[in-house]
Design a protein around this ligand. Structure first.
Ligand code: PRX
Length: 566
């Protein structure tokens, strides 16, 4: 029997108090995600249950029980407290998918500080704009990433502490650097968890928009309510499950479901901190007897590409339920997994801003391959007319996906950017920035994004950020960045540039520019192709018309060109 039972029954008189009751929370109580994900599970008699099975390069393994997670997160919290870090301070977690990232996240929250996880492949520029916006007090990182932090010390006076989790302290550190060894530090059995309330800030995740700098999405501790219940009902996490969420906690899936949803449900989860290969992923499922798997379409398409023979080499019979998020899950991928893995991937739709799943396929509900499913109980979703913002009630008519604010994990603000935040709301609706239709059976079908943001392999990349970085290259005069179709990643970054006099277009320069962006921003933001142009298409007021370049890449009609310069 699945946790949700019947979706149709659940939506009838749904109330979030279901989750509050299960978590033993009453309005006005203290609520701290760090405590709920560790101390509470121990109090429920699961102190010795495995919380984390971690595997790194070369098959190195580490295991932590819920009691280990409880004590180690206390230890980290106390360490940060002794440094003078306090509630409300932003503490960045800038690490690979190592145990310190998962457990440190809870430690930061136990202290009442705000966890700011950032993808460890970010280059110094991507890192800097995000730290700058948040005026981050401390960063917890690894030796392999610290050089990126050191590069921006002069520009980051607010950054008082750089904490290395894998440093022996023997080599000299600069005066802002300290080191902390999670497994060897004196364990702190008891820590006074900061009395955070429902509206106390918890997590700050950065997400990219079409224009302007990345936006810091502020979440609060009350988000736990919907993260807990969606993990339970949609991912169907049960007592004996071994759960594997492949997302990196530098992105929202990796925290909402790779930490909070999993551990607040007392689930044993495993983490593979190596690159992708179909063989190593299947081997990991087999070895750990993974039963519940939450992944992303790009990974699924990569598995498909690796072929069906490789699947046969492994015993994947432990798998019980599969789900996906981050980008459109094409029908072929669902049909393939049903045929080859014996189970379909259940699509889920949500965003950094929504904090928890919004439109999903549920265990026990018929899957229509290619559909995102139906709104989670308690979520009021609508499709709005893009011009009037009126609700479209007839099926199969595309429009803007909108949600009535009020679910627990909804973002509470874009950090220091109230203006952009306010623009996300119209007539009492939160506008997701995506388009969809629903059919006569109430199933939702993704149509596309409503902006120029590039979704590459489930990661959002801002064309503005890449364009700005390109302009810092000595050879580039002008730049325009759009998505280009890609078989596996669905979209990849493509740049159009004009060159400054004296620079020669060619492959050597192309590679040099690509590398420049990879280092400055990240491998995700690196253009996969650079096209040299004599001029870029512009409006008469001088604005570059990305739309035309995008249409060219996708073989679409160029549309209205009346504002074109010439
Ligand atoms: O465009 C939608 C796409 O990813 C965006 C959210 O990205 P992010 O905030 O980084 O969060 C990703 C993980 C929650 C959405 O606005 N997206 C997400 N899920 C789906 C999707 N597009 C189609 N189908 C999905 N299931």
């Amino acid at each position: 029997m699945s946790n949700i039972g019947s979706y149709d029954e659940r939506i009838k008189d749904f109330d979030w108090s279901i989750a509050e009751k299960e978590l033993g929370y009453k309005q006005g109580d203290n609520i701290n995600i760090g405590w709920y994900c560790s101390d509470r599970i121990c109090e429920m008699g699961k102190a010795d249950k495995l919380a984390l099975i971690w595997e790194g390069l070369g098959g190195v393994e580490k295991r932590y029980t819920f009691n280990d997670v409880r004590v180690r997160s206390n230890t980290i919290a106390k360490y940060l407290q002794d440094l003078g870090i306090k509630d409300g301070d932003r503490v960045c977690l800038f690490m690979d998918k190592i145990p310190e990232l998962y457990i440190g996240f809870l430690g930061v929250l136990k202290l009442g500080a705000i966890a700011q996880p950032l993808f460890s492949a970010f280059g110094d520029e991507s890192l800097h704009v995000r730290l700058d916006n948040a005026e981050t007090t401390a960063i917890i990182t690894q030796r392999k990433h610290v050089s990126k932090v050191r590069k921006l010390l002069e520009r980051a006076p607010y950054l008082k502490h750089i904490i290395l989790v894998d440093h022996d302290g023997k080599k000299s550190l600069n005066d802002r650097e300290t080191f902390f060894n999670m497994d060897e530090a004196e364990p702190v059995e008891n820590f006074d968890v900061f009395p955070t309330k429902a509206n106390s800030p918890s997590v700050l995740h950065y997400t990219s928009g079409t224009t302007g700098q990345p936006k810091g999405v502020k979440h609060v501790h009350y988000s736990l309510i919907s993260q807990y219940l969606t993990a339970k009902w949609v991912l169907d996490i049960q007592e004996d499950d071994i759960y594997w969420c492949t997302a990196d906690p530098g992105w929202v899936t990796g925290t909402s479901y790779g930490i909070i949803g999993a551990w607040s449900n007392g689930a044993t989860q495993c983490v593979l901190d190596t690159g992708f290969s179909a063989e190593s992923w299947y081997a990991f499922v087999e070895k750990n007897k993974v039963s519940m798997w939450y992944s992303a379409p790009t990974a699924i398409r990569s598995l498909m590409k690796a072929g069906n023979d490789v699947v046969k080499k492994y015993d994947l019979s432990s798998l019980r339920h599969l789900a996906s998020v981050g980008e459109p899950l094409n029908a072929e991928a669902v049909i393939w997994s049903e045929k080859v893995l014996g189970l379909p991937f259940y699509d889920t739709f949500w965003q950094t801003e929504t904090g928890s799943m919004m439109i999903c396929n549920y265990p026990g509900m018929k899957v229509k391959p290619g559909s995102m499913g139906k709104p989670f109980p308690g979520i009021t979703a609508a499709i709005l007319d893009p011009d009037t913002f009126e609700e479209i009630k007839e099926p199969n008519k595309p429009g803007l996906i909108a949600f009535r604010p009020g679910w627990p994990a909804m973002m509470r603000m874009y950090w220091r950017n109230e203006e952009t935040y306010n623009k996300k709301f119209v007539n009492g609706w939160y506008l997701s920035g995506d388009r969809s239709t629903f059919d006569a059976d109430g199933y939702w079908w993704f149509v596309g994004r409503d902006d120029d943001v590039i979704n590459t392999g489930g990661h959002l990349v801002s064309p503005f950020e890449v364009e700005s970085a390109l302009l810092e290259h000595e050879a580039v005069a002008e730049s325009a960045v759009v998505a280009k179709p890609d078989e596996v990643n669905m979209e990849v970054v493509k740049a159009f540039v004009t060159l400054k006099p004296g620079f020669e277009a060619g492959e050597e320069l192309e590679l040099q520019i690509m590398n420049f962006i990879r280092k400055k921003l990240s491998p995700l933001a690196m253009p996969q192709e650079i096209e040299y142009m004599e001029t870029l298409p512009k409006t008469r007021s001088g604005k570059i018309m990305r739309r035309m370049l995008h249409a060219k890449e996708w073989g679409l009609e160029i549309g209205d060109t009346s504002t074109l310069e010439d």
